[in-house]
Design a protein around this ligand. Structure first.
Ligand SMILES: Nc1ncnc2c1ncn2[C@@H]1O[C@H](COP(=O)(O)OP(=O)(O)OP(=O)(O)O)[C@@H](O)[C@H]1O
Ligand SMILES: [Mg+2]
Length: 165
């Protein structure tokens, strides 16, 4: 299942994140791909709002992983920008989506193209510049992500426009 949306401004990117934060189930993994400044952190800030997280969500570029526990579901925010694909396994990201020693939550990963393997259940967001504008393509793999994409398209007519199966 695939959804394609125009994101005319930063609030549109945030709104998509908020909707996903309201919809996504624990155990979901959101992979964010896209060039510098395409809106990955902005979308995750919306995701945090949708989960009811009050803390300020910032880019975890220097810490690599930030954890937020004060929402309806924990959020684990990764930023792989500074790592090579060979360095990523040392972070043990699978411990987060397999919820080993952490509570089941939503895992959101910036620069996910550096992940050398794919989690079994993912919602992939490919963010890009389209001239002056920005755009996102959403791809679901696995039942949780497919249900989320379906719910997203049913909830809001503006999201329905770009849906194809
Ligand atoms: N759809 C949009 N249209 C225009 N501006 C946007 C949009 N989404 C986000 N922005 C703005 O673009 C800038 C960069 O956004 P953001 O930091 O979220 O990008 P990023 O992909 O996380 O960047 P990086 O690659 O450095 O991690 C911010 O000023 C943000 O407000
Ligand atoms: Mg960022």
């Amino acid at each position: 299942m695939h959804l394609s949306l125009d994101l005319p401004d930063a609030p549109a990117t945030q709104k998509l994140g908020i909707k996903l934060g309201q919809i996504l189930a624990p155990g979901s993994v959101v992979l964010l791909n896209g060039d510098l400044g395409t809106g990955k952190t902005t979308l995750i800030q919306g995701l945090g709002k949708g989960l009811g997280i009050e803390d300020l969500i910032d880019s975890p570029t220097f810490t690599l992983i930030n954890e937020y526990a004060d929402g309806r579901v924990p959020l684990y925010h990764f930023d792989l920008y500074r790592l090579s694909p060979a360095q990523v396994p040392s972070l043990n990201p699978e411990l987060y989506w397999e919820a080993v020693e952490v509570a089941p939550g939503i895992v959101a990963i910036e620069w996910a193209e550096k992940l050398p393997y794919s989690p079994p259940e993912v919602l992939i967001l490919d963010l890009s510049y389209q001239g002056e504008q920005r755009r996102v393509e959403l791809w679901a793999k696995g039942p949780l992500s497919m249900a989320a994409l379906q719910a997203l398209s049913e909830e809001d007519q503006s999201f329905q426009v770009g849906l194809s199966c």
